[in-house]
Design a protein around this ligand. Structure first.
Ligand SMILES: [Zn+2]
Length: 147
């Protein structure tokens, strides 16, 4: 079965990679809800967080924690971060492969965030910021490895 997140993990689709190991892969979300929106993908193709092994699940959460700290170091304007898992189609999971969203929050960003939620998959501006996203991914990656 074709799965876009498996294709990203297998380097068949370009992405803004931040970190990768045997259990998980951190990337910038091309359909971001806010600037610097990160996804932590599991390496194994499972739909639900409950189907991962204990080691995979713990590792995913630990990586999300470490990446969130790196995001704040890379961008001091980030105030706080949503840790979000949509588990199952009824919970707005669009791709049946475990991924945890790290959605940064900035001061006075509520209207911008709502606009992005409404236009997430149709906002043409999302594709025009590749250079900036590459720089952002590299910066988070740097702070992840230089703690
Ligand atoms: Zn998959």
């Amino acid at each position: 079965m074709k799965c876009v997140l498996c294709e990203i993990n297998n380097n068949q689709i370009d992405c803004f990679s931040i970190y990768k190991d045997t259990h998980c892969h951190a990337i910038l979300d091309k359909f971001k809800l806010n600037c610097g929106h990160v996804l932590i993908l599991s390496q194994s193709h499972k739909q639900s967080i409950t189907e991962l092994t204990n080691i995979e699940r713990q590792h995913l959460m630990n990586m999300a924690s470490n990446v969130s700290l790196a995001m704040k170091k890379a961008n001091h304007k980030i105030k706080d971060i949503h840790f979000l898992i949509n588990d199952g189609p009824g919970a707005y999971q669009h791709i049946p492969h475990v991924h945890l969203h790290l959605i940064p929050r900035y001061q006075f960003d509520t209207l911008y965030l709502l606009f992005n939620i409404l236009t997430r998959f149709i906002n043409p501006l999302n594709y025009l910021k590749n250079k900036k996203m590459q720089h952002s991914a590299e910066k988070i990656s740097h702070y992840l490895t230089h703690r």
